[in-house]
Design a protein around this ligand. Structure first.
Ligand SMILES: C[S@@+](CC[C@H](N)C(=O)[O-])C[C@H]1O[C@@H](n2cnc3c(N)ncnc32)[C@H](O)[C@@H]1O
Length: 229
């Protein structure tokens, strides 16, 4: 086990990465758990996991996805969140799965795991919460995935026009946009395999932000795949 690491943040960044009481109420609701299950079941059709896969969930919230991974794949799951209160909620709700899921407080930008340790990493709605250093979280995800492993995620990203305009207006702003996210994947040997925009949330049709549900694969050999492309 690699030692727990930290990233030094100011109070505002730390606060923004945690949920507000309003968000907490919604994220911990049974309605949101049902939505998570539906989204995950769709994304599962785009991945291929070995028996009893080693899975990491980043930002597990109430633990609905971690439960599904055990039920569906008999997975060995490490479920993590930056917010210790969310880890406590998940621990309580997953108590009946005694021993099948390890719950830990972990910052996605500095994961205490060995390189190549996981068959799949799951992250539902996390990167846009990482207001400083989302690229570190992508790099860490790639590092802990085994070659050929899957990164399964949902995200809220700025649409391209908004991303380009804001970048011109505020030089240095590292906004999480569809374009910058996909470029960051390429830099970290993550190849996008499936990208479903919209996800059935109609509000995003008129919003400067877009919701996506997607799968990327960690390249087996960065050099060989780069030459082939
Ligand atoms: C929108 S909620 C999503 C929770 C859960 N994945 C779900 O779909 O219900 C975002 C979660 O990301 C967590 N989070 C924020 N910053 C994080 C970080 N740096 N590392 C790990 N988790 C983080 C928050 O604590 C919160 O639980």
């Amino acid at each position: 086990m690699v030692a727990q690491q930290t990233v030094a943040d100011g109070w505002i960044v730390r606060r923004m990465m945690k949920l507000t009481s309003f968000e907490r109420g919604f994220m911990n609701s049974s309605r949101h758990a049902r939505h998570t299950r539906r989204t995950a079941l769709d994304l599962f059709t785009h991945i291929d996991l070995p028996k009893q896969p080693a899975c990491l969930e980043v930002g597990c919230g109430q633990g609905a996805l971690a439960r599904l991974l055990v039920e569906r794949f008999d997975a060995q799951v490490i479920a993590t969140d930056y917010d210790s209160r969310q880890v406590a909620v998940a621990r309580e709700r997953l108590a009946d799965l005694d021993g099948k899921i390890e719950l830990r407080v972990v910052d996605a930008r500095a994961m205490p795991f060995e390189g190549g340790q996981f068959d799949a990493v799951f992250s539902f709605g996390i990167l846009h919460h990482i207001v400083r250093g989302w690229r570190l979280a992508v790099a860490e995800t790639s590092r802990v995935l085994r070659p050929g492993g899957s990164f399964v995620f949902t995200e809220v990203v700025a649409v391209n026009a908004v991303e380009q305009t804001l970048k011109r207006l505020v030089p240095g702003l590292d906004l999480l946009g569809a374009t910058s996210l996909q470029a960051c994947f390429a830099e970290n040997s993550l190849h996008l395999q499936y990208w479903a925009p919209g996800g059935g949330r109609s509000i995003f049709a008129i919003s400067p932000m877009a919701y996506c549900a997607a799968v990327a694969r960690r390249s087996r050999s960065p050099h060989i795949e780069a030459q082939a492309n």
